[in-house]
Design a protein around this ligand. Structure first.
Ligand code: NAP
Length: 301
């Protein structure tokens, strides 16, 4: 029996920016049947290593011409995108060009438009601490796409091949989309680091910090499949337990007033979620009054 053909079989592409995201996506493309033609980056050895691994050639950015190829993938840092697009526009490029920034919209690639390249973006809502070489890493992940119809069609084709989910995020929504993504990733990790700092300042052993990580992972897991993650918020504020909150927050204010203000702000946010969910009860006002004694982030020091 003949093997099924790979989902991206016959697709040709070049890559600019063989960093964590660019190298990962190039590996997934090749695993899905696509062929890498050229790789360009700032560091030639890095580009060469990827080209050797995946079977392409290296090129200088200024001379890269992907004309007649299906896709030009651009995975450079956000601040370099406009300059890289201007350089690439000196030569005819592929039918479609996609960048991987979450903050920038497809518009940053417009210099490539006049010569017939359809421009768009493909932002994986994933963390890349390093290169993720297997396409299975993308399964179930959401990818933000935008741009011209042909570019979005290409982006969606790749996402489908990797068993992800494509969601269109238009240009005007990009700043808040990316801010919220940073809050969901870096913001959550920052809070975990703060929890560990509070424990170590109180002289607690390092094992407690490891315990907080497991606790956080378990709490996040509880939100899986919920339409509103706020339904899984736990702790004294969610329970309306003012007595416990008072003891804990006063103790923190003695030791670290700035962090006490941060925790109070998060507690107010928890109350706001309870309110949005229609979970107001007799404890709400008392909790709000207690939290009013702490500085508000929007009122400055
Ligand atoms: N990291 C994440 O978790 C993540 C997740 C989703 C999306 N993204 C987005 O994906 C994009 C790439 O991020 P990354 O984490 O992969 O960054 P990265 O690991 O720093 O890789 C960036 C790559 O672009 C190259 N580059 C930078 N400026 C260049 C220029 N002017 N000309 C040619 N090549 C240049 C770098 O070369 P050198 O190494 O030689 O400098 C490197 O190969 C960014 O837009 C980022 O916001 C990142």
């Amino acid at each position: 029996m003949a093997l099924p053909s790979p989902p991206l079989g016959g697709l040709t592409f070049s890559l600019v920016g063989p960093g964590r995201v660019g190298s990962s996506l190039a590996c997934w493309l090749v695993e899905s049947g696509a062929s890498l033609v050229e790789v360009a980056g700032r560091s030639e050895p890095t580009a060469r290593a990827l080209a050797t691994r995946l079977g392409g050639q290296t090129a200088a950015l200024a001379s890269l011409g992907s004309e007649n190829e299906d896709l030009l993938l651009i995975a450079v840092s956000d601040s370099a995108l406009a300059g890289v697009a201007a350089t690439l526009a000196r030569h005819p490029q592929a039918k479609v060009a996609l960048h991987t920034s979450g903050h920038q919209s497809a518009a940053v690639l417009h210099p490539l438009g006049p010569q017939g390249t359809a421009t768009g973006s493909l932002h994986p809502l994933m963390a890349y601490p390093d290169i993720l070489p297997a396409a299975s890493a993308a399964a179930g992940s959401v990818f933000a796409v935008d741009g011209e119809p042909e570019a979005q069609q290409m982006a969606r084709r790749l996402v489908t091949a990797w068993s992800g989910e494509a969601v269109e995020i238009p240009a005007e929504s990009r700043p808040l989309y990316h801010l919220a993504a940073s809050l969901a990733a870096g913001g959550v990790v920052t809070l975990l680091a703060t929890a560990c700092n509070i424990a170590s300042s109180a002289g607690l052993p390092a094992a407690v910090g490891r315990g907080y990580l497991e606790l956080a992972l378990g709490a996040l897991d509880q939100t899986r499949g919920l339409a509103d993650p706020a339904a899984a918020i736990t702790g004294p504020v969610a329970r309306g337990d003012l007595e416990t909150l008072e003891i804990q927050l006063r103790r923190l204010r003695e030791a670290d007033p700035e962090r006490a203000a941060l925790v109070a702000t998060i507690a107010r946010e928890t109350l706001r979620h309870r309110q949005q969910r229609g979970e107001l009860d007799s404890t709400h006002e008392a909790l709000e009054n207690f939290l009013d004694a702490f500085p508000r982030a929007d009122k400055g020091p």
